[in-house]
Design a protein around this ligand. Structure first.
Ligand SMILES: [Zn+2]
Length: 577
């Protein structure tokens, strides 16, 4: 048993005081802090926020040596119990880091809990000391003494801890108890606890309906995968994100987005996404994450399936729950298809498989040229999920059925899946996919989207930009216009502009604001643009080309046959054709 006590008693300091007690099994003690947290594929070096580590055994203070930046080693005088103390700076507000101040505390335990070598599979007891008036919301079994018990280090790290003067709401989905906790950072403390529910009185019912739709997707009758479930929502002024766990999720959402009609739908889609992850990725898990290596990046080829398929269904689930219209679904799929078709990175930068493999170094580390050299495995994965769903429907099956097959064969038993398992599951329902599936994963050619959409009576229509194409994005920074993106192969790149150039003048006239660039948008006319690069002025010639496609719209095909309309109805209801 490892005892982890966290003291949040001085919230204004942002410091969490940690005490970790255990009885060593070997004379050499090795400690490590995880470098990343599952679900967010980026090395975060959490150890940079750890300070003042000390180890005590009885009355002795022991000094460990550093084995590497995130690890310590110590030869112990005896096997008597030890206490490891340290502090962690909790000043980073995201769903995958720690944040503590006078309003609330949120702890991602991967960023906070040292792993004691040899104790990974031992149970870990978690205790908290909180400021007066706060309570903790922890998705672990509560013990009689007020502590929580995790069966092992993995379950501990999979436990997000939220604490504050918040209120908890309970509901049940398929007989499984669910809790909803919202920290509203945008409202004064006295009205915050229920402000979101006042603005959206049906929220809890709607969340429960989305959860029920998820359970239906995974098989009927099907309770949630977890024995209990906790939603934690951080409602901020702006923000968007979520992190999945076995029995909980942490969501971040912007109040400003909720003011728009589609904002509430996006919140329900986020709920659907993270909730579906309790099956797809947490339990039906890529083999590369069985078990999880917390110390270094792991190539996970199946990430496109974990995120793409989940992103695809998160748009359909609120509709299945009766909370969004067919028009809404087509609008949302249309936005995704448009973003995909306007992403140059899909044609030359990355295949879908490469996008998943390079998650650690590209998706979470975007730069000015990222649109040219990468394609998100969330976005392309969701487009491929749509294509696979429509392809499977030609064989009388559907994507939901394949997901349920994989769950029944592997996920339910905790067996990780390899790419071959995915291929077999798809081919069992649609043998024709044996050839196409690997080509879609490795290739740079788009699937035949118009043909697949025609199956369900839909069509894509390009919409041209109202003005000529320059291929340049600038932003006003500190009183100067700075180039922040140059489209690969576009007129600006041809002219020799690069990211970071200061735009000084156009045809000899000073550029001071974005609107001053308007004369540039004249097709076929060569213009002189003066820039400053590394402090030296130079003048380049730029010629805008004909307007480019600005957006793709997903429309109902007026000539669609009745059979196509019937297939669309079945597709949106998630039943096989
Ligand atoms: Zn996800």
């Amino acid at each position: 048993m490892v005892d982890l006590s966290l003291d949040l008693g001085q919230p204004h300091s942002h410091l969490v005081h940690v005490s970790l007690r255990c009885t060593p099994a070997t004379p050499v003690l090795r400690l490590r802090l995880p470098a990343w947290t599952p679900g967010s594929y980026l090395i975060r070096d959490y150890v940079r926020h750890l300070e003042a580590l000390e180890i005590r055994q009885g009355t002795q203070s022991l000094r460990p040596s550093r084995s590497d930046p995130a690890g310590w080693r110590l030869e112990l005088p005896s096997l008597e119990p030890i206490e490891i103390r340290y502090k962690v700076l909790a000043a980073d507000l995201s769903v995958r880091t720690c944040h503590l101040d006078g309003d609330h505390g949120f702890l991602a335990l991967a960023a906070l809990a040292l792993q004691v070598e040899g104790e990974r599979w031992s149970s870990h007891r978690l205790s908290l000391r909180l400021p007066a008036g706060w309570q903790a919301f922890v998705p672990l079994p509560l013990q009689a003494d007020g502590s929580w018990l995790a069966v092992d280090f993995d379950q501990l790290v999979d436990t997000p801890v939220e604490a504050g003067p918040h209120r908890e709401h309970r509901f049940s989905v398929a007989g499984v108890p669910h809790r909803w906790v919202c920290w509203d950072a945008t409202a004064p403390a006295d009205v915050a606890p229920d402000s979101l529910l006042k603005a959206h009185p049906t929220l809890l019912q709607d969340v429960a309906a989305v959860c029920q739709a998820c359970c239906r997707l995974m098989g009927e009758p099907a309770p949630a995968a977890a024995p209990a479930y906790l939603f934690v929502l951080h409602l901020l002024d702006q923000g968007y994100g979520g992190l999945e766990h076995d029995s909980s999720t942490v969501l971040q959402f912007g109040r400003q987005a909720l003011l728009k009609p589609e904002g509430y739908r996006q919140l329900l889609q986020l709920v659907a996404h993270e909730y579906l992850h309790q099956w797809n990725v947490r339990r039906l898990r890529p083999a590369a994450l069985c078990p999880i290596d917390y110390d270094k990046p792991v190539i996970v080829p199946g990430l496109w399936f974990a995120e793409g398929v989940t992103s695809y269904f998160d748009q359909l689930l609120p509709h299945l729950a009766g909370l969004s219209s067919e028009e809404d679904v087509l609008h949302d799929f249309g936005s995704d298809l448009s973003r995909f078709l306007l992403s140059p990175g899909r044609l030359a930068g990355q295949s879908l498989r490469q996008s998943a493999q390079e998650a650690w170094v590209k998706l979470y580390r975007r730069e000015a040229n990222s649109d040219d050299n990468q394609i998100s495995y969330y976005l392309k994965g969701a487009i491929l999920a749509l294509v696979l769903d429509l392809e499977l429907r030609r064989s009388g099956s559907c994507l939901a059925q394949v997901l349920r097959d994989l769950w029944a064969r592997l996920g339910r038993w905790g067996r990780g899946y390899r790419e071959q398992d995915l291929l077999e599951a798809f081919c069992a329902r649609s043998p024709g996919l044996a050839e196409r599936f690997p080509a879609w994963l490795d290739g740079f050619e788009d699937p035949d989207l118009p043909a697949y959409l025609q199956d369900v009576g839909l069509m894509l229509e390009p919409q041209l930009a109202p003005s000529p194409h320059v291929g340049l994005t600038a932003s006003l920074q500190g009183g100067t216009l700075e180039v922040v993106r140059v489209v690969r192969g576009g007129p600006s790149q041809e002219a020799g502009l690069v990211v970071g150039d200061e735009l000084i003048a156009l045809e000899g006239l000073r550029l001071r604001k974005l609107e001053d660039l308007a004369p540039l948008l004249q097709a076929g006319q060569r213009q002189a643009i003066t820039i400053s690069r590394r402090g030296r002025l130079r003048t380049l010639a730029i010629t805008a080309s004909a307007p480019a496609v600005e957006r793709w719209r997903l429309l109902e095909d007026p000539a669609a046959a009745p059979e196509a309309l019937e297939r669309r109805r079945q597709w949106l209801a998630l039943v096989p054709c």
